[in-house]
Structure formats: C-alpha cells, structure tokens
Design a protein around this ligand. Structure first.
Ligand SMILES: *[C@@H]1O[C@H](CO)[C@@H](O)[C@H](O)[C@H]1NC(C)=O
Ligand SMILES: *[C@@H]1O[C@H](CO)[C@@H](O)[C@H](O)[C@H]1NC(C)=O
Ligand SMILES: *[C@@H]1O[C@H](CO)[C@@H](O)[C@H](O)[C@H]1NC(C)=O
Ligand SMILES: *[C@@H]1O[C@H](CO)[C@@H](O)[C@H](O)[C@H]1NC(C)=O
Ligand SMILES: *[C@@H]1O[C@H](CO)[C@@H](O)[C@H](O)[C@H]1NC(C)=O
Ligand SMILES: *[C@@H]1O[C@H](CO)[C@@H](O)[C@H](O)[C@H]1NC(C)=O
Ligand SMILES: *[C@@H]1O[C@H](CO)[C@@H](O)[C@H](O)[C@H]1NC(C)=O
Ligand SMILES: *[C@@H]1O[C@H](CO)[C@@H](O)[C@H](O)[C@H]1NC(C)=O
Ligand SMILES: *[C@@H]1O[C@H](CO)[C@@H](O)[C@H](O)[C@H]1NC(C)=O
Length: 436
C-alpha cells in the first residue's frame, strides 16, 4: 500500500521496496492483519531488513481538564520517508510518518555478533485526531531499544506474545513480531531467536490460557481510536491451531542418502499455559546420523529443535522403532524448555520397510510435552537409492479395515441376540407345551 508520495521519495537514492498491508481499525480485523509487513532493499535489490509486526501505541497526555490516554494502532496512511538500508556508518532504518506531524522510526545497529534497534517516536499533541483536547500543542520524542535485548546476528527475532516497551508517557506494544536486520544474502534466516516471553510463558505464567486469550480478545475488541486507560498487561497470542506444513527431510552419510522422512511437526507444550508450536518446513533444517543399529534425525527450525532416535530392536527381530525423542527450545536469554525420553516405543516396522501413517499421531515425550506428527512417512534404515521402500502402515490408518470390522462385529452381535432370543423363545414355548 505504497502511497505515491512514499514511492517517489524512496526510489531515487536507495531503492526501497515496501509492502504494507492495510491496518484496519476494526477490532476484529486488527488482530488478523499486520500493521507493518516490510522488506527494505538496497540499490542492488538485495533485502537488508525484514519487519513484520503490529504496533499499538499508548500515549498519556494532558487534556484541557484531565490526563488522557490515546491508544491506537499504527494507521495505514503512512509515508516511509527516510527508510533505507543505511550506509557504511549507519545500519538500516525503517521510518514511518503518519497523521499530522507524527513519526515513528527504528534504527538498527550491530556488534560483532548481535543487532538491535532503537525506536524514536515523535508525537504531536497538536494532532487533534490522535490527541483530542490536548492542553499543549507540542512535539514530544521518546526513544527505546527494541528488541529489549540484542539479537544474535543472522537469526530472526520472533515474538508471538505481546512485547511492551515503556518510556516516559508512552507504551509501545509489539504483537506478533518477526524481525531481522542485516539480512544475510537478502534472506530471512531459518534460525530464530524467540523472545523470552514466548519461552517462559509456558513455564512461569500463573494464568491459564483461556483467561489470557479472552483478555486478548477483549483488547482486540476495542475499536475506538482514542480508547483510554493504560495498556493491558502482556498476553500471549492465541497459538496457531492450524496443521503444520509437511516437509521432506533427508540425512546423508557421505554422499549417500541414508534416512528419509516426510512429516509435519508440531509441539504441544502444556506446562501451565498451552503452547502450540509448528515447525515450518520452509525453514526447518534436517541433520542426523545413520548407523547399523541406531539412527537419528534432528529437525531444527530456528531456536526449536526435535531429535528422533531410532533403534533396531535386536539382531534377530529385524525390526526398528522410534526409541527416543528430545525437544529443546531456546529463548533470547538462554531460557530453555526441554524434554527427553529414550524409552519410547513407537512406529515399529520390519527392517527394509518404511513406516507410513496418514493420521495425526501424538507422542507423549514426558508429561506436558507432546509431539504431534502429521502425514508421516519415514525410513531410518536400509534406504536404497534415495527412495522409500515398501511401507508398513500404522494401525490408525486402517479405517478401511476398521469399518468392516465394526460393522461385522455389530452384525455378529445382532445375530447372537436374535439366536438367543429365538432359543429362549423356543424354550419358553417348549416349556409351555410341557405344562399342557
Ligand atoms: C500472529 O500470527 C499468526 C500467524 O502468522 C496468526 O495466526 C495469529 O493470529 C497472529 N496473532 C495475533 C494476535 O494476531
Ligand atoms: C528487484 O526485484 C524484484 C523482484 O524480486 C523485481 O521485480 C524488480 O524488477 C527488481 N528491480 C531491480 C531494479 O532490479
Ligand atoms: C508526561 O506527561 C505529562 C503530562 O502531559 C508531562 O507533564 C510530562 O512532562 C511528560 N513526561 C515526559 C518525560 O515527557
Ligand atoms: C550514512 O547515513 C546517515 C543516516 O542516514 C547519514 O547521516 C550519514 O551522513 C551517512 N554517511 C555516509 C558516509 O553517507
Ligand atoms: C495439546 O495438549 C493438551 C493437553 O494434553 C490437549 O488438551 C490439546 O488438545 C492438545 N492440542 C493439540 C493441538 O494437540
Ligand atoms: C513455504 O513456502 C511455500 C512456497 O514458497 C509457500 O507457499 C508456503 O506457504 C510456505 N509455508 C509456510 C508454512 O510458510
Ligand atoms: C529379540 O526380540 C524378540 C521380539 O522383540 C524377542 O522375542 C527375542 O528374544 C529377542 N532376542 C534377543 C537376543 O534379545
Ligand atoms: C547463551 O549461551 C551461549 C552459549 O552457552 C553464550 O555464548 C551466550 O552468551 C548466552 N547468552 C546469554 C544472553 O546469556
Ligand atoms: C518415557 O516414555 C515411556 C513410554 O511412553 C513412559 O512410560 C515413561 O514414563 C516416560 N518417561 C518419563 C520420564 O516421562
């Protein structure tokens, strides 16, 4: 949604390609739409900055007879004057102007291994739409770091929970953030740095998920531009309930493909509040090892990681099975969620075959940590020419067999009842004859 003005100004010195989804101030739509969804490119058309988030600004100001709070999402008629990839001495800048003399910018800097942004928000209490009845007409500038902690270089910062930054009279609440500055080769990294809220929320929050979701909904349902009152406390976003995408992964031993796996992967961590985390096959990397009697597949998507350990049951049984699963999720301050269990017993399959399961399978690693597997086809041993061997299907899949069995059982039951009824009836009749 480039306005002609922003496009004209941006193009000449540093070509910046911007994409902005409209932000509607309708409460329901706001939370399904990103206010900012921007990729900034340099003269050579290489992206240097990826930014996607919703931003709620809440400003306390002095009205004619009382203090007021103006709360609004970044409006959609913004201009990007000053947005650029920076130069040798300064990093990328995303700069937004909106309303009457208000501006919001974030400047990124980096160190040897981290990057961080500094936001500069200038608001004009003379803007009568955003600041009705302001006593003074003045411009005020506040500055804060965002993200609050430096982010590891070549990782994307991701935060699904609300991230509020306060400075003086202003609270900036970021929602659903995906952010990476100093992109390598113009591409968003598959490695993620999660905000601590996302990681610790599931272990330390005293409030149950339902209550928090409801609170989020009520915040979202405030459609008026000048809602008063302080901004609500952080609430986690409603986790994605959708199915994860199915990825195809391979592990090689030297040049030879030795493990094949197709699956969709989702974590369901319910320590205190539910945390559903999907692995995105587009950013998930596979590694592992293959051996005669053990094999491992490690899938990592940013800071989240799942290991699958396979073993051959014993030399004579000719079967392999899933023996272990390890889960680890690391937050920005190294807070870690993890679970390990190496005494599992799933997916038993005769060696030389692959294991196939079209239905969702849920593996309890340890209480509170579940791995949901979708559309699974896997072969950890004896892969020939990089192809799956004949598949053994999981019993869950046997709908086609199960239905006739159920119908058959029902029929058999019915016959037994009929025969019994008949026999009892006959006996009664017989008894009747006897008394005659
Ligand atoms: C955050 O983004 C995800 C997917 O990108 C979406 O499903 C979810 O609804 C968003 N959360 C909010 C609070 O809008
Ligand atoms: C930049 O890349 C986009 C798509 O990736 C392309 O449409 C556009 O023509 C490119 N512009 C220049 C100046 O190379
Ligand atoms: C915060 O707002 C009050 C009321 O408008 C004002 O008196 C005070 O100076 C503001 N603080 C800063 C740091 O701007
Ligand atoms: C680099 O960019 C900054 C801010 O955009 C500007 O002030 C500075 O003069 C630029 N330096 C060079 C060497 O172009
Ligand atoms: C996650 O686990 C909880 C607790 O076992 C369960 O109630 C919920 O349905 C699960 N959700 C998904 C998406 O698997
Ligand atoms: C993965 O990439 C494909 C093609 O680029 C895209 O259609 C799909 O939506 C992406 N999946 C996810 C989960 O981002
Ligand atoms: C191998 O496993 C099979 C079945 O799982 C078992 O009957 C057999 O005793 C085992 N053999 C050895 C040597 O452990
Ligand atoms: C996280 O751990 C890594 C490796 O152990 C360490 O290098 C890094 O400094 C830690 N980061 C923080 C923020 O503690
Ligand atoms: C590991 O999984 C097995 C099989 O599901 C289960 O019996 C065992 O309790 C689990 N171990 C832990 C530590 O939860």
């Amino acid at each position: 949604m480039d306005t002609p003005r922003s496009r004209r100004r941006l193009t000449p010195p540093l070509l910046a390609c911007l994409l902005l989804l409209p932000l509607l101030l309708d409460g329901l739509v706001v939370f399904q739409t990103y206010a900012v969804d921007v990729e900034v490119k340099d003269e050579s058309n290489v992206s240097c900055l990826y930014a996607k988030w919703m931003l709620k600004l809440s400003i306390m100001y002095e009205g004619t007879d009382e203090y007021k709070t103006s709360t609004f999402m970044l409006p959609d008629d913004v201009s990007y004057v000053g947005t650029s990839c920076g130069n040798k001495t300064s990093g990328p800048v995303l700069s937004i102007e909106f309303g009457e003399g208000n501006s919001w910018a974030i400047h990124f800097t980096k160190t040897k291994d981290t990057y961080q942004g500094v936001t500069t928000f200038t608001y004009n209490t003379g803007d009568t739409v955003l600041f009705p009845d302001a006593k003074k007409k003045e411009r005020v500038t506040v500055s804060t770091n965002f993200p609050a902690n430096p982010v590891k270089l070549n990782t994307a910062f991701s935060c699904g929970t609300e991230d509020a930054v306060k400075s003086d009279n202003v609270t900036q609440t970021f929602l659903n953030v995906t952010l990476q500055a100093f992109l390598q080769d113009g591409r968003l990294s598959s490695q993620q740095t999660l905000c601590d809220n996302d990681v610790t929320m599931s272990t330390s929050s005293p409030v149950v998920g339902e209550a928090r979701s409801a609170q989020l909904v009520s915040t979202a349902g405030t459609p008026d531009l000048n809602a008063t009152g302080p901004s609500s406390p952080p609430s986690p976003s409603v986790p994605p309930e959708e199915k994860p995408g199915t990825g195809s992964y391979t592990v090689k031993s030297g040049e030879v493909t030795c493990l094949l796996a197709n699956l969709g992967l989702q974590l369901n961590i319910t320590q205190q509040i539910p945390l559903i985390i999907n692995f995105n096959p587009n950013t998930t990397l596979a590694s592992g090892h293959c051996g005669q009697t053990t094999a491992a597949l490690q899938l990592s998507d940013g800071s989240k990681k799942v290991d699958f350990l396979f073993a051959v049951r014993n030399a004579t049984s000719e079967k392999f099975y899933l023996k272990g699963v390890d889960i680890a999720i690391v937050g920005s301050k190294n807070a870690t969620l993890s679970a390990t269990n190496h005494s599992l017993n799933y997916w038993e399959t005769t060696l030389g075959n692959s294991y196939l399961c079209r239905k969702e399978e849920s593996i309890i690693v340890i209480p509170g940590y579940k791995v949901n597997i979708f559309d699974l086809k896997i072969q950890p041993f004896e892969v020939e020419e990089g192809q799956f061997s004949a598949a053994q299907e999981c019993s869950l899949d046997d709908d086609t067999i199960l239905i006739p069995i159920i119908v058959g059982a029902a029929l058999a039951g019915l016959i037994v009842i009929i025969v019994t009824t008949y026999l009892i009836g006959r006996r009664k009749t017989y008894a009747g004859y006897q008394t005659l």
